[in-house]
Ligand binder design. Structure first.
Ligand SMILES: Cc1ncc(COP(=O)(O)O)c(C=O)c1O
Length: 413
């Protein structure tokens, strides 16, 4: 088989050939076989097709705030664009943004952070890549909760390490614990990724439970990556930053969710002092810098007026959550743990279906309601669960609940 380069007819050798029995078709790296797609994308694509056909769809599938980026952030971006402030920044980020993030930890958590420990990244996704790149060796076992954010195991595999999914149930408040970590297992754990508040459950770790996890990993010489992307979106229960437990944890965070800037692709990592040099080298190589326009825009994120706007939005999320919880409970969906953070409800639909994926597809087709099946979040009883995002207006959520009620009543489920 010959592959032609786009140039003037120059032939290049294929990187990898498939088995001759497959016609010598070129394949990717072996690890790609283990990298899984998001099922929610299938739901979203079908929802868009139905919309293009004129159907009205209630979207509760995508974990993205429905609010527009706050006006002060837009204005800061417009200024930067006008002034032509769009060249690369230092790899670790704009110094003034790193200072502003340090100020955020001081104001919100009463913590004094050395800004040199803060690395501005392309989203929390970039921060996770940076942290794993610094910490993980091939073959390492890295623990994470199941159900949990689907990228964790995929990112771990990307580094030729081994995801160690730890099943968490309603009985454990959907949270990892030092006790669960201590259970006998085949491999020694090299590290742990833990999220609070968590996706898809909205669960928040109590400060003592978080401390116990961090201490348990430290006593084994393991690392902790704490994903705090949903911090700020808390309803009545405060989420603690893992930086309060130890200065050895890697914390990742983002402007995507609480600050309403998903498409701006901006986040940050806080690394221990010993990792500053490694983070600097890796950030240079991976990203050169995070998007400059987004960094300039994010400088406005911590202004008091903007924070007041975010607080108003948080209160709206809280009301939506209550409406959704009440509605779902009345329809026979069990909510094992009251979600105290993020914008998700992880509902047990086991009384209605033994196949939540099929249920989600039928719900979309028959009732025009898009939700995410548990399958996206791991292997621990996913067929029972559905994730509902309250990233839609309260009236739309009510429409979704009414349609769901009708769908169940008609027996289509
Ligand atoms: C738990 C969690 N971590 C990280 C991310 C990545 O977010 P981003 O790269 O937009 O900051 C997401 C996105 O949904 C998430 O839910």
């Amino acid at each position: 088989m010959e592959i032609r380069a786009p140039g003037p007819g120059r032939a290049i050798r294929p990187v990898r050939r498939g088995h001759p029995a497959d016609g010598g078709v070129m394949t990717g790296a072996l690890r790609m076989a283990a990298i899984r797609p998001f099922h929610v994308m299938e739901i979203l694509a079908r929802a868009r097709t139905l919309e293009a056909q004129g159907r009205d769809i209630v979207h509760m599938e995508i974990g993205e705030p429905d609010f527009p980026t706050p006006p002060r952030i837009i204005a800061a971006a417009e200024r930067a664009l006008r002034d032509g402030d769009v060249t690369y920044t230092p790899a670790a980020g704009l110094p003034e943004l790193r200072l502003a993030i340090a100020g955020h930890y001081r104001d919100r958590h009463g913590l004094d952070l050395d800004p040199r420990r803060i690395f501005v990244t392309p989203g929390a996704s970039g921060a996770l890549l940076l942290a794993l790149g610094i910490l993980v060796n091939p073959g390492d076992a890295v623990a994470h909760a199941d159900p949990g954010y689907p990228c964790y195991p995929n990112f771990i595999r990307l580094f030729d390490a081994v995801p160690e999914a730890i099943a968490v149930d309603g009985a454990e408040d959907f949270n990892l614990s030092a006790g669960l970590l201590a259970a006998p297992r085949d491999r020694h754990l090299a590290g742990l990724i833990v999220a609070s508040p968590a996706n898809p459950t909205g669960a928040i770790l109590a400060p003592d439970a978080l401390q116990a996890l961090v201490s348990a990993m430290a006593s084994e010489g393991g690392f902790v990556i704490a994903d705090e992307i949903y911090q700020g979106l808390e309803y009545g229960v405060a989420a603690e930053t893992a930086l309060r437990c130890s200065d050895q944890v890697f914390v990742i965070n983002s402007f995507s969710k609480y600050f309403g800037m998903t498409g701006w692709r901006l986040g940050w990592a806080v690394v221990p002092h010993w990792a500053i040099d490694a983070a600097e080298r890796l950030a240079q190589n991976l990203f050169i810098s995070a998007p400059t326009l987004s960094q300039r825009a994010a400088l406005a994120a911590f202004e008091p007026d903007n924070l007041a706007e975010l607080e108003r939005r948080r209160e709206v999320f809280a009301r939506r959550r209550d409406r959704l919880l009440q509605g779902l409970a009345g329809l026979g969906l069990r909510i094992p743990v009251r979600p105290d953070g993020a914008f998700y409800v992880y509902a047990d639909a086991g009384a209605l279906t033994a196949d939540s994926h099929g249920f989600a597809l039928r719900l979309l087709e028959a009732a025009g309601v898009a939700v995410t099946p548990g399958l996206d979040f791991g292997r621990h009883r996913p067929e029972r669960y559905l994730r509902f995002c309250y990233t839609a207006a309260e009236a739309r959520i009510q429409t979704g609940l009414d349609r769901l009620a009708d769908f169940i009543r008609r027996g289509v489920a």
